[in-house]
Design a protein around this ligand. Structure first.
Ligand code: KIV
Length: 290
């Protein structure tokens, strides 16, 4: 018996093939990607026709309440990727290699990527940075350039990259090196739209933008950002398609009020007993009282 049957079942049920993304770029069809971190969310993304689900290390911030993505571990990403893989039938699932899991050597990077595919059940992995020697033998990898949150301290914080032409040149070079190393797609985060367009036009593999304008081959947004799953300000590039935090807070508030007032639970939410057992119970209550 397989440890992860739903994931294997999905192989025979119309998983989007990786090379299809390149075909989409050639046909000029936009690629849609979103992050997700558990099985129910993956099922919803699948039902909505999303092409790729990224189990991002953004989970460290939006799910686990950390101040940055740096402390996220391989074990965490593997665990969440297993859940997402169980929920995603058609979308390609991409596991995000966290900080410290691929930088030391080719062997470390390949080992982490293999663990993701073998243990976590994803179809592809993503890593941040422009010139990782570590991707030299891997083909199911998405590169990530521009704002790379794992190294945001070096980049001067969470801010747009490639705003100067020399930086733009470097971005093009980084993206081309990733393509030459075998990456099948490149995420461009927080770069000016004209720079993202330039990079997109110089690559044969698709680019997926987040805060990179409309000229990339696809878009990705973080689940909690786009669904409004938290109060407070989202990054500039986020469009909020829902206010789920508001819906949840309102529902929880009503629940708390109804518990306190006694309006919940009602009879329909409770289990009944056969009449004779009820009588026996009343007898038991009398007995216990005395
Ligand atoms: O970790 C993440 O969610 C990401 C996206 C922002 C692309 O890397």
């Amino acid at each position: 018996m397989s440890e992860n049957p739903p994931r294997y079942a999905s192989w025979t049920q119309g998983k989007l093939p990786l090379p299809e993304l390149g075909e989409m770029k050639r046909r000029g069809e936009k690629i849609v990607m979103v992050t997700a971190y558990d099985a129910p969310s993956a099922r919803l993304a699948d039902a909505a026709g999303i092409d790729l689900i990224l189990v991002g290390d953004s989970s460290g911030m939006v799910v686990h309440g950390r101040a940055s993505t740096v402390p996220v571990t391989m074990d965490e990403i593997v665990f969440m990727t297993q859940w997402v893989s169980r929920g995603a039938r058609r979308p390609i699932v991409v596991g995000d290699l966290p900080f410290g899991s691929y930088e030391v050597s080719d062997e470390q990077a390949i080992g982490s990527a293999l663990r993701m595919v073998k243990e976590a059940g994803c179809e592809a992995v993503k890593l941040e940075g422009g010139r990782p020697a570590s991707v030299s033998r891997a083909r199911a990898i998405i590169g990530h350039v521009g704002l790379t949150p794992q190294t945001s301290t070096v980049l001067g914080g969470f801010k747009a990259q490639g705003r100067r032409s020399d930086e733009a040149r470097q971005l093009v070079q980084d993206a081309r090196e990733l393509e030459a190393a075998g990456c099948f797609a490149i995420v461009l985060e927080a770069v000016p739209a004209p720079v993202a367009e330039l990079v997109t036009g110089r690559l044969s593999v698709p680019t997926i933008g987040i805060g990179a304008g409309a000229g990339t081959d696809g878009q990705v947004l973080v689940w909690h950002d786009m669904l409004g799953l938290y109060e407070g300000r989202a990054p500039r590039f986020v469009k909020r398609y829902a206010n789920v935090a508001g819906v949840i807070t309102e529902a929880l508030g009503r629940y708390a009020d109804e518990v306190r007032s006694g309006a919940f639970p009602e009879e329909q939410h409770a289990y009944a007993m056969p009449e004779e057992e009820r009588e026996a119970l009343e007898a038991l209550a009398l007995e216990l009282r005395g």
